[in-house]
Design a protein. Structure first.
Length: 344
């Protein structure tokens, strides 16, 4: 079926590659027709480049579309001298999905990072935060941001370094019931208290570079994940129960624990939250709680709302929408690393 959809020349070269792929270099054999075709292509290559190019500018960027399931397979790439525009990207997304569907593939999810062009293209295709899906050829396709990007822990940590976080909580903080302030200084104070005990330390891996990173250290995701995790949150709660740390730090511990849980749900391989999403697992309730958290979250003193805040809610809504569609199709579980069509 594949050979019917390609040119005879391409089919000839493809068959030659398949025939020789498992052979050693000196054991490969080519027919006269294959040799002549390869020589013709070699001699005409400069002409082909001049014929196919859209502009005389040298390409410096590559846009790649990839199918991802049990295996990863690039299906299209586009070379250009600058970033693709949002309107052009929207057209390419439609073309690729229609071609995949014509080849017999089902594309339930479109995944990308939170680049501004990607966000504008999804908006042009009709996706919104509350309804993160697009309609192509009368079929709904869910759009979501890649978890390592939508979580954007580095962005979250960098903002947390500068601003206190006002968020919903069951703990009364600063005389405000239901609303609390998470502060980076609480984590610093915990670190200082924790290292005063020479016999037992809750977080031996926590260092100064975690709390006061320089410009190079700010780019290391590992340092962020080691700071905003369950171990730090547990240690803070222990210090609060001892009376060594103010009770207001419980809000900071809660934020730290929630970010850790959300990361585990998306990428990690430990604890109960790392299981596939099922009706009996805690995923859905945590998603609901985290959506409320992100919707009400404010970086106190910040003059702008970070795009990642919308991305968190967007992707959590997308995962819930995908889960509901799978339930309608009588699917019992959803893998944590569900990625169907991705472009980078």
């Amino acid at each position: 079926m594949l050979m019917k959809n390609v040119t005879p020349t391409f089919a000839l070269l493809l068959q030659a590659q398949i025939k020789n792929v498992k052979k050693k270099t000196k054991g490969r054999r080519w027919t006269t027709e294959e040799k002549v075709t390869a020589l013709r292509l070699y001699k005409r290559s400069p002409t082909c480049y001049r014929l196919l190019r859209r502009s005389p500018q040298i390409a410096s960027h590559a846009l790649v579309f990839m199918l991802v399931g049990k295996i990863k397979q690039p299906v299209a790439y586009y070379l250009s001298s600058e970033y693709v525009t949002a309107d052009r990207l929207a057209v390419l997304i439609k073309e690729i999905i229609l071609e995949c569907r014509a080849a017999g593939l089902s594309i339930p999810v479109l995944v990308c990072d939170m680049d501004g062009v990607n966000r504008r293209a999804l908006s042009m295709l009709g996706a919104t935060v509350e309804k993160p899906s697009i309609i192509i050829d009368n079929i709904e396709i869910i759009s979501m941001y890649d978890p390592p990007h939508f979580l954007n822990l580095k962005c979250f940590r960098n903002l947390f370094l500068k601003y206190d976080i006002e968020c919903t909580t069951e703990i009364t903080s600063s005389n405000k019931s239901g609303i609390g302030d998470a502060k980076w200084c609480h984590i610093k104070t915990f670190y200082e208290l924790d290292n005063q005990n020479s016999n037992f330390v809750f977080t031996p891996g926590l260092k100064v570079e975690h709390l006061n990173p320089n410009s190079k250290q700010e780019m290391k995701l590992k340092l962020v994940a080691q700071t905003l995790n369950h171990t730090v949150a547990t240690g803070m709660m222990a210090k609060i129960s001892e009376g060594a740390l103010t009770s207001e730090a419980a809000v900071t511990a809660g934020v730290t624990s929630n970010m850790d849980k959300l990361l585990i749900l998306s990428t990690a391989t430990l604890t109960i939250q790392a299981t596939n999403l099922k009706q009996t697992t805690p995923h859905l309730q945590l998603f609901k709680n985290m959506k409320i958290f992100f919707k009400t979250l404010k970086f106190v003193g910040s003059t702008r709302t970070p795009p990642s805040k919308e991305g968190w809610v967007w992707t959590l809504n997308a995962i819930e929408l995908l889960w509901n569609k799978l339930q309608e199709a009588s699917k019992a579980s959803l893998k944590r690393k569900i990625v169907i069509l991705k472009h980078e």
